[in-house]
Design a protein around this ligand. Structure first.
Ligand code: ARG
Length: 551
């Protein structure tokens, strides 16, 4: 498949230019499919080969010179140039056979196991995402973090990394003091069991309002938190009860979204460890006390506190960032990962920059293994409407709804804000998740006509139509698209790719009859469609979509 062809082309080019063929292979790219005319399959940009020895000629001339020295063979059927690149066309029979056989052999790992990923696999990656706060709202930012984090984890895993998925629950803090103090007044054990998230939130809102007017409630909330922090068994068991019920509830939401976690260690897990962090900072002379009694870490280059991070309250307790430092240190030790990725909305950008800087100041040279993937705000989406929209007894309808949500969310650059529109997201035509599901279901329905036979017996040569060639060329590009997604952790390349694959498949479906064709041709076509469906399905799954078989 793609890599096999790249290697054959690279060997010849390498011989002519006297370069290592491995390096050349990495510079060869597939060519985007053209709507109107047949494009070549591969392209080598002269600029990607580095600076020429003879700088008196430009890249266009270099391309022409190189093309003039290359010859067609049993694999390459045509060589040309396009501006500063040399273009290659692969023998049509070979292209068809190789791509289709490779897909049917590799199945769901097609395009994910090529040499293109040699430097990007075999590593250990921790991805932290979703991380809602118990008793507070699971808002659209958490929803976004869930689907984006899930995509990144899927992607990293698909190309051969060991991935650990963490949900850093906001399961500590004053809200538990309020809940603990207010539950006996406003809570109901029955309602808690029926709908824990909703009920805890209601109680939280009620005590919060009551605490604003009633000093005693505020005091008893603080008192409850102190008891919690002090390890009072009664307070802890109530906290644990709220936490367990909430996690069970979240797990249901995650299941519907196709997300899962290996670990739910949240902020509560790090409350003691963050005291150790404060000690460590102090003993290294990095903790400075302010007039107000708080503790800060100087982050400025000049050492004049022109930028700093507050890591300790005046009563000695830790803050959000302190717990994050503790969590980062603990994860480094526990997982000894190669990379750790945090997925949150962009408002926390500064927080993570500070976190990484503190790790560096603490002398952790692994600080550069940490990365924050920020995303923009979503306007116009109420999570309640989202769950209403998805509240359908049928499994298929739910999968379609989630596909709609994911595609709408993944279409643009993650960092951009966007306006969510259900009516648009749920259209069956246009670039929507519904369109992808619809295309998948159509391709799947063809399989009823298929009786499996040895792939060697399939009349590959009968697959010559331009719509087939265009689709095969597109299938050839799959690994490069995945590579791009990995490079900057953005799903939009894959979304665009799958939309084009869907359109190509639909054009081919209209043009190539199966029922009215001879048995040989029908079989070849069914084989082709099944391979298209497999790649579509594998790409959709990476995005976090479960493909449906009928609609
Ligand atoms: N619980 C936080 C929130 O809802 C997000 C946590 C992000 N992760 C972290 N390590 N700080 O805003």
């Amino acid at each position: 498949m793609a890599w096999h062809f790249r290697r054959v082309i690279a060997e010849q080019v390498a011989r002519v230019l006297g370069l290592p063929s491995e390096r050349v292979a990495h510079c060869i790219r597939t060519v985007p499919v053209h709507r109107k005319h047949e494009s070549p399959d591969f392209q080598l940009f002269m600029t990607s080969l580095g600076d020429p020895i003879d700088t008196s000629i430009n890249h266009e001339e270099r391309a022409q010179q190189l093309a003039g020295k290359l010859v067609c063979d049993s694999v390459i059927s045509d060589i040309g140039t396009a501006r500063a690149s040399v273009t290659f066309k692969i023998n049509r029979d070979l292209l068809t056979r190789t791509v289709l056989q490779q897909i049917s052999k590799d199945g769901s790992i097609y395009g994910l196991n090529t040499e293109l990923f040699s430097g990007l696999s075999g590593r250990k990656t921790v991805v932290e995402y979703s991380s809602p706060n118990i008793a507070k709202k699971f808002h659209v930012g958490h929803l976004r973090s869930t689907i984006i984090g899930n995509f990144i984890a899927n992607l990293k895993q698909a190309v051969g990394n060991e991935v650990i998925r963490i949900n850093y629950l906001g399961d500590w803090g004053l809200q538990f003091g309020l809940l603990g103090a207010g539950f006996s007044k406003f809570g109901s054990e029955e309602e808690l069991v029926v709908n824990p998230l909703q009920h805890l939130f209601e109680v939280y809102v009620k005590v919060n309002t009551a605490a604003e007017e009633d000093k005693d409630i505020k005091l008893s909330a603080q008192e409850f938190l102190r008891r919690l922090e002090g390890g009072d068994p009664h307070a802890l068991s109530l906290w644990m009860h709220f936490r367990d019920l909430s996690i069970q509830e979240y797990a249901k939401v995650y299941k519907r979204l196709g997300a899962h976690f290996d670990d739910y260690s949240g902020e509560s897990f790090y409350k003691e460890k963050s005291q150790e962090v404060l000690k460590q900072l102090e003993s290294n002379g990095l903790l400075q006390k302010t007039d107000k009694g708080t503790g800060v870490v100087d982050l400025s280059e000049e050492g004049n506190l022109s930028s700093y991070s507050t890591v300790m309250r005046s009563d000695g307790t830790s803050l959000y960032i302190t717990r994050d430092v503790a969590a980062a240190l603990d994860r480094l030790e526990r997982y000894s990962f190669d990379e750790m990725i945090y997925v949150t909305d962009k408002s926390q950008k500064n927080h993570f920059q500070q976190l990484f800087k503190i790790l560096k100041i603490l002398g952790k040279d692994q600080a550069d293994r940490f990365q924050h993937v920020p995303f923009g705000l979503v306007k116009g989406m109420k999570t309640r409407r989202a769950s209403k929209q998805l509240e359908d007894p049928s499994d298929t309808a739910e999968k379609i709804g989630i596909a709609a949500l994911i595609v709408q969310d993944f279409k643009g650059q993650l960092l951009s804000d966007y306006h969510f529109d259900w009516d648009q997201a749920l259209q069956s035509t246009g670039d929507t998740g519904v369109f992808l599901q619809y295309t998948h279901a159509r391709l799947h329905s063809l399989q009823a006509l298929w009786c499996s036979r040895d792939t060697d017996d399939i009349d590959i040569a009968s697959l010559r139509e331009p719509c087939v060639i265009a689709t095969l060329q597109h299938l050839l590009r799959y690994d490069e698209v995945i590579y791009k997604c990995l490079e900057d952790l953005q799903p939009r390349y894959l979304v665009t790719y799958l939309m084009s694959l869907g359109h190509l498949a639909n054009v081919a479906h209209r043009a190539l009859h199966v029922k009215r064709s001879s048995s040989e041709a029908a079989h070849a076509r069914l084989f082709f469609f099944n391979n298209v469906r497999m790649v579509l399905s594998s790409g959709m799954k990476l995005l976090g979509i479960s493909p449906v078989n009928n609609m």
